[in-house]
Design a protein around this ligand. Structure first.
Ligand code: ACO
Length: 428
């Protein structure tokens, strides 16, 4: 196979090198396109065919349903690793040994206090504020309390910023939920594991001892691993592009949180449960909602279905579906929306509209059912997603900064008015 692509424009041929990844993915390197052609650019709304970077973090093959972090399969990681190990793997490239992991955790714990002044910011939000807006604001506000910008050329400074956010973010997640519930804002327990501590911070009642439920802990750990990275998706690209202006780590993450909020992305987990609830309230007629999803004049979409990249199945959805059954039965929870979800999935997988468009359940079709069984309120689902995605965003931000990537700045094809003389007020 040639290592070049040829492009012909108005009878002139131009050659561009091909870039090949370790999994044989091929890209056409068009860095010189504009200069050699005298201004021609590519147009690709939604970046369906555009690679924004070369990355060594996450590999996914949407046709074969493969997802790997740093070469390790998502199935192995979900089964055999814990979330903190996966976070380390994503950020630093290798699985930690026992000693490195212990140090990593100890360093995170040292950073797990949040300035008490932050509570004033939380107090200023109305109780009805959506937790995603609150957590994005709090993450941004952390910058004000930790104003030194990261010197990316110093490995130590980079490491310190990473453990700082990994230490403080779960506290903010817990406070965001507790504030809505009128519970006191507390700190965690550094004698516990990372995820166990998250649970305690979220659920401890001021008048009761908190006892960890192993089923809940394992389920949350697995969900966080499954959400930990997904290469250049909407929120991750937002983190990278924000950081490409050399904006700091915390604000880049806050931008990613905002991008995650939308129902076409991370907000789908909340939207799925709301959709399943609505179907239940409406008598459980899944056929009616299938018809709505296929009707082009109806804006309704089957939430939790479809994916930009997966055109076969989403490997995370497979793991989560199995886990949903186990978690609900272990916790003794009977949730009628699980049956509705299974019914919808079965119908969709047999329906020509969904088959033709290669629409399969994505990671968030079943995740909300598990979150709900764990006692996490619906509006907090996307916040939980952000907690899981945090290591991925950090890894991608770090890779982008260390790779000295240029500022992200797409071009456009202008379709507005051509030059026209200014119209004075009396002539408008
Ligand atoms: N329900 C009904 N039809 C759908 C759905 C759906 N959930 N998803 C896609 N389609 C249809 C589209 O209408 C379109 O049909 P057409 O070819 O007849 O016009 C076709 O399938 C292709 O869809 P696009 O929107 O072009 O695909 P795209 O890659 O741009 O969008 C997305 C992917 C946003 C995930 C889309 O499938 C969707 O909106 N799904 C529901 C929301 C959701 O679950 N998002 C979570 C994604 S996973 C994550 O981000 C964590």
């Amino acid at each position: 196979m040639s290592d070049k692509a040829t492009l012909e424009i108005n009878g002139t041929s131009y050659e561009f090198p091909l870039v090949k990844g370790t999994e044989n993915e091929i890209g056409i390197d068009i860095k010189t396109l504009r200069s050699v052609t005298g201004g021609v650019i590519t147009i690709d709304p939604g970046y369906k065919n555009t690679g924004s970077c070369e990355s060594a973090i996450t590999f996914l093959d949407g046709e074969k349903g493969i997802l790997r972090y740093r070469g390790y399969s998502i199935e192995d990681l979900a089964e055999k690793a814990d979330f903190l190990e996966v976070a380390y793997l994503l950020i630093f490239g290798e699985l930690p040994n026992a000693e490195t992991l212990e140090k990593f955790h100890a360093d995170i714990k040292k950073e797990s206090l949040v300035d008490e002044e932050m509570k004033k910011i939380i107090d200023a939000f109305p109780k009805s504020a959506h937790p995603m807006g609150v957590i994005a604001s709090l993450t941004s506000a952390l910058t004000a309390f930790n104003p030194t910008s990261v010197n990316v050329d110093s490995e130590e400074a980079m490491y310190n910023a990473i453990v700082r956010i990994l230490g403080k973010f779960p506290v903010l997640v817990a406070w965001t939920m507790r504030k809505r519930q009128g519970l006191p804002l507390e700190y965690g327990d550094t004698s516990l594991g990372y995820v166990e501590n998250v649970l305690k911070m979220m659920f401890r009642k001021p008048n009761e001892e908190y006892v960890t439920n192993k089923v809940v802990l394992d389920a949350l750990d697995k969900l966080l691993i499954l959400h930990a990275d997904h290469e250049q998706n909407c929120s991750t690209s937002t983190v990278r592009i924000t950081g490409s202006s050399h904006a700091g780590l915390f604000v880049s993450l806050a931008a990613g949180i905002s991008a995650l909020w939308g129902p076409l992305h991370g907000g789908a987990n909340q939207a799925v449960i709301e959709m399943l609830e609505a179907i239940k309230e409406d008598g459980g007629d899944t056929k009616k909602y299938m018809a709505k999803a296929k009707d082009k004049s109806d804006p309704f979409r089957l939430m939790g279905f479809g994916h930009r990249v997966y055109k076969n199945f989403d490997p995370r959805a497979k793991i989560i579906k199995k886990s949903a059954d186990e978690v609900l039965s272990n916790l003794g929870v009977e949730d009628p929306v699980l049956d509705i979800a299974k019914g919808l999935e079965k119908e969709a997988l047999e329906d020509q509209y969904f088959v033709d468009r290669k629409l399969y359940p994505n990671v968030d079709f079943y995740s909300g059912i598990i979150y709900r069984a764990l006692g996490i309120p619906t509006e907090m689902f996307t916040v939980m997603f952000s907690l899981g995605r945090l290591p991925g965003w950090i890894a991608q931000w770090k890779e982008m900064r260390l790779g000295k990537e240029p500022i992200g700045r797409p071009r456009q094809i202008y379709t507005g008015e051509t030059y026209r003389p200014f119209k004075t007020m009396d002539k408008r």
